[in-house]
Design a protein around this ligand. Structure first.
Ligand code: NOJ
Length: 767
């Protein structure tokens, strides 16, 4: 998004007003701020080479603060003004304490910037980001990020290492849990929402925190889904799939980015001048700073492009990494490298300028301390709990809901006397509900499914039987008989299975993405009782659940829902609210299908052409596929059920033809619409999705690409026209000449409930 010139004028007026009032103006990357820049320049002019290098040093305030360094070294560095940032400090008394050391003890009194992994909440823990993305609700995501910012800033933590905007097409990769799934369009929308939520209207607001889009770039394409592994991504796929969410974050004004661990096409991402300098800083005009991921500068030695620490530091800074997280190579080596002429002073100054600019923008120089460190931590505030519950409810994806006795199994009837068996190791596992990266979240803040169901049972006179059955990763079947008996004694079974919270996240790749331990056996035994089963799945990634999909009437994907897990689930199960989530990742049938993603290329030998052109080869054998499994996922991108049903009219377009030249000039747009009707008996929210396919272009384009979505709430019988518009941004792509343009060809558009459905309309794109 290019900011309009009128916005620039308004900003100019605002800056003038702020300047005259003497306050720190907002940090607006891409537009600069003369007031901040002049303060930065004045400070830079006083700094020694050592102090400059120190500003680029970040250490963890953990037990050890980097290879060979202890806490006392950090204190020592702080007093000498040689440490720009600390991570992993979480309380106001600690942040104030460190800040006092630097503000009172160091020569130039440059405040420390405190960073932390505030990923899906600080104290109030919301659903994991993959779950949040399933809401397709950017406004909700923004609100959760805002809440996280309010809570973390109250402790002096003004910088979060979030959002993770890595595209993930492989459920083996544990960090799929931290992102928005497989789609660059949705990922871009949510990247912007996170940035808006964290940073607010102005970083100068004491309750705003700087965001950090990570991991730049391609980390999600780790070969084999293996954590920290090599990536090979063509430049076209990089620009078309992996970079767009970062670009969106930059356009939204994100203050920082994090360079990734992975090597990309042979170049470690923390020493990659193409991505960090050419694309990010030169092409996109990013004015914030880049922090390395944890020790990733040092790791370039292990990647094999540096033989010693000084070379690692030199390659990283020259490539464009501004701050060194935990490698401890910038602070000791950069002054010497500059003196030796191996690193231009201008580059060092540029990096320091970027860091100082963010510190000034945050108002840290004017307000370095948390004013009231004794103020109560806002956890438990009813509005934040209500937000956590709403977020959890919107994140659930109903994968199956077959009829049992003539009606869909869900929602459950709360008729008094109804006997419910609650079985499974995740029914009462408070800590697991927090998911990976739970920051200051506490298991004690969580209301579990069991707790919430017990309360509901008391209220409504339901008869609840509870059995654990097995452990999450257990092999012992001793608990099976009790679980089977509980099922037999019940009218309906709620079975809470899945992963533990540490099975996904960093360093948690899995070669098998099935139910851990003997949970599948427990599932089979409970199902064999013949009682209707609602399977509630807790997980940080899609699981391969083919057997369950065929034998269990109702399956609800709950992800890791956060502190309000139980109340949100109980309300959903009993129909106080409807599941509204839609998958943002394809759920594979079998591990051998991954990476699997909907926006793939057709190949020259497709099994079924998605727009009805048939297979190029009538021979069913020599076509793309497996001899032992389908090509399609078990549950496709965009899918999910609710408690009502919707119908879609055919897709309508505003014109039969549109000119590529006009599109490229930004003068043409194509209107697309459809009528959506609620054909069921309950109110419901439908996520209406707009997909395109381009044919006849200079390079092959995906079989479908998401280019719009809207959440539409409809009463029973209500119908609404939903309008979309396609322009240059939606119809351009990196063509054969590596130009991002719209080309002549055929355009197919679908307004559809998921990536597999809908009727297409065709439009010619003329020259
Ligand atoms: C490593 C992770 O990859 C990154 O996402 C995180 O922000 C840093 N550690 C800091 O904890």
């Amino acid at each position: 998004m290019n900011r309009s010139s009128s916005a620039g004028i308004i900003l100019g007026i605002a800056l003038a007003a702020v300047a005259s009032s003497g306050e720190t103006p907002a940090f607006v990357p891409g537009q600069g701020s003369p007031q901040i820049d002049s303060r930065v320049d004045a400070l830079l002019g006083q700094m020694t080479l050592e102090e400059k290098a120190g500003q680029l040093d970040q250490l963890s305030a953990g037990e050890l603060t980097g290879p060979g360094k202890a806490v006392t070294d950090a204190d020592n560095l702080i007093k000498r003004g040689l440490l720009g940032s600390l991570l992993n400090v979480t309380t106001a008394s600690e942040t104030n304490g460190y800040q006092k050391e630097v503000m009172e003890g160091s020569r130039l009194h440059i405040p420390i910037l405190f960073g932390l992994d505030v990923i899906h909440g600080f104290r109030t823990i919301f659903p994991i980001p993959l779950g949040l993305s399933s809401s397709w609700d950017a406004e909700l995501v923004e609100q959760t990020a805002r809440r996280a910012a309010v809570e973390s800033s109250s402790q002096g933590v003004r910088w979060t290492f979030s959002p993770m905007v890595d595209i993930a097409r492989d459920a083996r990769w544990g960090r799929i849990t931290e992102g928005a799934g497989e789609d660059p369009f949705l990922g871009s929308m949510l990247a912007r929402a996170y940035v808006r939520g964290y940073q607010g209207a102005s970083l100068a607001d004491p309750a705003a925190i700087a965001a950090c889009a990570k991991h730049f770039v391609g980390y999600g394409a780790a070969e084999g889904g293996r954590e920290y592994n090599t990536t090979e991504i063509s430049v076209r796929t990089l620009r078309g799939v992996y970079l767009p969410p970062f670009k969106a974050a930059v356009d939204e004004g994100v203050a920082t980015l994090m360079s990734a661990f992975n090597s990309l096409n042979g170049v470690p991402s923390s020493a990659n001048p193409f991505t960090l300098t050419q694309v990010l800083k030169n092409e996109w005009g990013f004015e914030g700073f880049v922090v390395s991921d944890w020790t990733s500068i040092r790791e370039v030695m292990l990647h094999g492009i540096a033989d010693d620490e000084a070379t690692a530091a030199r390659k990283a800074i020259l490539a464009g990494v501004d701050m060194d997280m935990q490698s401890s190579v910038y602070e000791p080596y950069l002054p010497g490298l500059v003196r030796a002429g191996s690193v231009p002073l201008a580059r060092l100054d540029d990096a320091v300028r970027r860091v100082l600019r963010v510190k000034f923008a945050l108002g840290l120089f004017d307000r370095p301390y948390v004013a009231d460190p004794g103020a109560a931590n806002p956890a438990g505030d009813p509005t934040s709990r209500a937000l956590a519950r709403r977020a959890a409810e919107e994140s659930f994806v109903l994968l199956e809901n077959s009829e049992v006795g003539g009606a869909p199994l869900l929602p459950l009837s709360p008729a008094p006397g109804r006997r419910i068996a609650l079985i499974g190791p995740l029914a009462d596992s408070a800590g697991d509900m927090l998911g990976s990266w739970s920051c200051e979240g506490r298991a004690g803040d969580v209301v579990t499914l069991r707790q919430a169901l017990e309360e509901r049972a008391r209220r409504d006179g339901l008869v609840l039987g509870v059995a654990r059955g097995t452990d999450i990763s257990g092999s012992d079947e001793a608990g099976f008989p009790e679980a089977v008996k509980a099922a037999r004694d019940a009218d309906v079974v709620v079975l809470a299975l899945g992963e533990n919270r540490h099975s996904s996240g960093e360093a948690s790749a899995r070669a098998n993405i099935d139910l851990p331990g003997n949970q599948e056996r427990l599932l089979e035994q409970v199902v064999s009782t013949g009682k209707p089963v609602v399977l509630v799945l807790f997980s940080g990634r899609p699981l391969a659940i083919s057997w369950a999909s065929q034998h269990v009437p109702a399956i609800l994907m709950a992800w890791f829902p956060g502190v309000e897990a139980g109340p949100a689930l109980v309300r959903t199960l009993f129909g106080d609210c409807s599941p509204e989530g839609r998958l943002t990742v394809s759920v594979p049938r079998a591990i051998g299908q991954v990476p699997i993603y909907y926006n793939c290329l057709n190949t020259g030998r497709p099994r079924v052409d998605p727009i009805g052109l048939g297979s190029a080869k009538p021979d069913p054998y020599y076509i793309t596929g497996y001899i032992d499994e389908k090509n399609t996922p078990l549950y496709p991108f965009g899918s999910g059920r609710g408690y009502t049903s919707f119908s879609y009219s055919p897709t309508r377009v505003g014109a039969d033809a549109i000119s590529a030249r006009e599109l490229n000039a930004g003068r043409a747009r194509l209107a697309v619409s459809a009528d959506i009707a609620n054909t069921g008996a309950r109110e419901g929210t439908e996520t209406v999705q707009l997909y395109i396919r381009l044919r006849g272009t200079s390079v092959a384009r995906p079989v479908r690409e998401l280019k719009g979505f809207q959440r539409v709430k409809l009463a029973p019988g209500e119908s609404r026209r939903v309008d979309f518009s396609l322009g240059r941004d939606e119809l351009s792509f990196w063509n054969i000449d590596m130009k991002d343009v719209a080309e002549a060809g055929s355009l197919y558009v679908w307004v559809a409930p998921d990536c597999t459905q809908g009727t297409s309309a065709r439009v010619s794109i003329t020259d």
